[in-house]
Design a protein around this ligand. Structure first.
Ligand code: R5P
Length: 285
């Protein structure tokens, strides 16, 4: 088996290769002066089972992944599993207004053309899985997050909204913590309101768990409540640390620590989802 990593997932692809006992292939990526991308696979993939890993945080990541799939397709590979650890556009999962695109569906249609199966991690809405015509699986990073929070001594797990309580419950159960949730209303893309709720957090180490941190508005408002109610320590934990401009410094002002998984590689991605991905990939072989 060969694992190939796109330029958005160098660390996770090498960790995954290690977990699978597979070889990490060499991929060259570069950009022409006009901004167009270029990819070249430097290994021979004839008759190989290939795992291609690329997070699609930006449009450039998506184009690079499509080109990598095309390059893999040029070899007579035995199978190709595409791993999209963070699947961008997942929040554009349905029509909100007439005339819009269902953006996640548009991208899925392109991505599924040249792969046998596709894996994602903690996709924002499971509805997007229904847009696939090929085998697709959503892998949870919550058990890895739970292990990290257990080691950090978290006592309470908090979901910032009721919609994410299922994920928070998994984490709380795995680390032996109590669980609660807040009621969030999104005003616009960068503003959220969180209703006041009395929580049992006084003098406790509390972990706020979410799938995505984007602008940081959700965690910021939740953390402010926890501080006001006397929480001893606040840990913000998420699968996908997107961090729009200014999000991290804003959160550092209210949280004691911020941690994410390596679906998006960056300064907070201390947790790896490679073991869970490897388990799922082994089921396909
Ligand atoms: C929303 O439903 C998600 O689960 C996250 O809470 C949201 O994407 C976080 O966004 P932000 O960091 O911009 O508040």
């Amino acid at each position: 088996m060969k694992v190939l990593g796109g330029s958005a997932s160098p660390l996770l692809s090498s960790r995954l290769a290690k977990e699978l006992g597979a070889t990490l292939g060499k991929v060259e990526t570069k950009r022409f002066p006009d901004g167009e991308g270029y990819v070249r696979i430097q290994d021979d993939l004839e008759r190989e089972d290939v795992v291609l890993v690329q997070t699609t945080r930006s449009d450039q990541d998506i184009v690079e992944l499509l080109m990598l799939q095309d390059a893999v397709h040029e070899f007579r590979v035995r199978s190709l599993i595409t791993v999209v650890p963070y699947f961008g556009y997942a929040r554009q999962d349905k029509l909100f207004n007439k005339g819009e695109a269902i953006s996640s569906r548009a991208i899925i249609r392109a991505l599924q053309a040249h792969t046998d199966a596709l894996l994602m991690v903690d996709v924002h809405n499971l509805l997007v899985l229904t847009y696939f015509d090929i085998p697709v699986e959503n892998i949870s990073g919550m058990l890895q997050i739970a292990q990290h929070l257990k080691d950090a001594g978290a006592e309470v797990v908090l979901s910032p909204d009721e919609g994410s309580i299922a994920r928070a419950r998994i984490v709380a159960q795995a680390c032996g913590c109590s669980v609660d949730f807040l009621q969030k209303t999104r005003i616009d893309a960068s503003t959220v309101k969180i209703a006041t709720k009395v929580l049992d957090v006084s003098r406790k180490k509390v972990a706020i768990v979410d799938d995505i941190i984007a602008t940081g508005g959700t965690i910021f408002e939740a953390a402010k409540q926890l501080k006001a109610q006397g929480a001893k320590e606040i840990i913000a934990a998420c699968t996908h640390g997107l961090y729009a401009a200014g999000a991290l410094p804003k959160l550092e002002g209210v949280c004691d620590s911020i941690v994410s998984t390596d679906t998006i590689e960056g300064e907070t991605s201390a947790i790896t989802v490679a073991p869970e991905l490897a388990k799922a990939i082994k089921n396909y072989s």
